[in-house]
Design a protein around this ligand. Structure first.
Ligand code: DGT
Ligand code: MG
Ligand code: MG
Ligand code: MG
Ligand code: MG
Length: 250
């Protein structure tokens, strides 16, 4: 077919193929979520409705899209790891990023009512996305550890910060002053001695975040098998173990 005179504009499109053999990570983060949390009366410091909604969206992303082997979420962010050998959309970064972000954002609105029964959605939320490639299993593990360390540090700080405000009546500025220069042990001590909170007994989801992995399922299918004439058409149950998404292959 002859090329149209306009076809040359395709050359303006840039290549954004992800390097082969690398783990492809897409991380989403809620846009201006302190405001979103405020306008939707999120509990402080952790709103379990909001965290479960995030996880529902992440589950939807994993089910609807291809090749995601593990997802990790905390606060207003979720990371999705595509398998190293994924060739989905020829590994184009823009496809990975935009499909994850749009699927996640539409799910957030779609499932909102299931988690926030008495709280109307007041404006449409947005999520930014980025793609990062990790060339080895070690760098991928370190990436996930980094996000989890971030969860831990922020959650410990926020737990003490809000206890000082909600239970001791400090203003946010006073609470901030009180925590200035404190180390992890100091924060644990304040929580324990002033609020009788043993930080280690706080819910796992708040302290560590949420990991989504595929579960191996025993799949029982009925299959027609070719047999000698007298037994023709007999149905056999076939059990096999399957890991949707292809497993982590670490
Ligand atoms: P961005 O992502 O550059 O637009 O900036 P932000 O403002 O979204 O900043 P980010 O993502 O670092 O901070 C997440 C904020 O989300 C956090 O500061 C407070 C809010 N947030 C997340 N989860 C909860 C929650 O469970 N309860 C409350 N009250 N706020 C939350
Ligand atoms: Mg952000
Ligand atoms: Mg954010
Ligand atoms: Mg964030
Ligand atoms: Mg299209």
């Amino acid at each position: 077919m002859a090329k149209s005179q306009f076809e040359y504009v395709r050359n303006f499109e840039v290549q954004d193929t992800c390097l082969p053999h690398c783990w492809v990570v897409v991380r989403l983060d809620g846009r201006n979520f302190p405001r979103f949390a405020e306008e939707h009366n999120f509990a402080k410091p952790n709103d379990s409705r909001a965290l479960h909604l995030m996880t529902k969206c992440a589950q939807t992303v994993m089910e609807e899209l291809e090749d995601i082997v593990i997802a990790y979420g905390q606060s207003d962010e979720y990371s999705f790891v595509f398998r190293k050998k994924s060739n989905w959309f020829k590994r184009r970064a823009s496809k990975f990023m935009t499909l994850v972000a749009s699927q996640f954002a539409s799910s957030y609105v779609f499932y909102w009512r299931d988690y926030f029964e008495d709280q109307p959605l007041r404006y449409p939320p947005g999520f930014d996305g980025r793609v990062v490639l990790y060339p080895s299993n070690q760098t991928l593990k370190d990436y996930l550890s980094w996000r989890q360390a971030d969860c831990h540090i922020n959650n410990l700080y926020n737990t003490v910060f809000w206890a000082l405000i909600q239970q001791s009546g400090l203003t946010p500025v006073q609470a901030q002053q009180r925590l200035k220069g404190t180390l992890t042990a100091d924060k644990n001590e304040i929580l324990f001695s002033e609020f009788h909170i043993n930080y280690n007994n706080e819910p796992h989801m708040y302290r560590k975040g949420t990991v989504l992995v595929w579960q191996k399922v025993e799949e029982v299918r009925t299959q027609e098998v070719r047999l000698p004439a007298e037994m023709e058409g007999e149905k056999k149950a076939v059990a096999r173990t399957r890991t949707p998404g292809g497993g982590l292959e670490l």
